[in-house]
Write a protein that binds this ligand. Sequence first.
Ligand code: SF4
Ligand code: SF4
Ligand code: SF4
Length: 135
Amino acid sequence: MTRRSLAACTSCGACAEACPETILEIAANGVALKPEVGECTFCGACADACPENVFADNWTMAHVMRISDDCLAKAGIACMTCRDVCPESAISMRPRIGVPFLPELDTGRCTGCAACSAACPAEAIHPVEKEPENV
Ligand code: SF4
Ligand code: SF4
Ligand code: SF4
């Protein structure tokens, strides 16, 4: 989850067990978020449960979200689900004449919480690593 400290993860699974949203899993390189499952509320239970030096005090996600070409609006089907669920108002809808509005994601506001990816009916929203200057 955090770019700088994931190397310290021993894959013990304590964070995944502690997460009340059940959105963490142990992957090949340590703990990973399941962006299709649910939303991180930043409750901090994972960091509190971790016995290793993985989570910084002010940890943030190492990713932001990106909307792919699988978005329903790009196929001409109206949908504003991601805009409606984003707690940071990071997704806006760009008006277009005669066709559905297009969602646009402001990566500067995105916390990587995954509320949008979990809610998207087309599974069109995926995490991408933050640019180094934004980590
Ligand atoms: S901060 Fe997010 S990932 Fe960690 S336990 Fe809470 S909901 Fe789960
Ligand atoms: S929820 Fe998914 S399909 Fe709907 S507008 Fe957002 S990205 Fe497109
Ligand atoms: S991952 Fe980013 S764009 Fe998606 S709901 Fe969370 S803050 Fe909004």
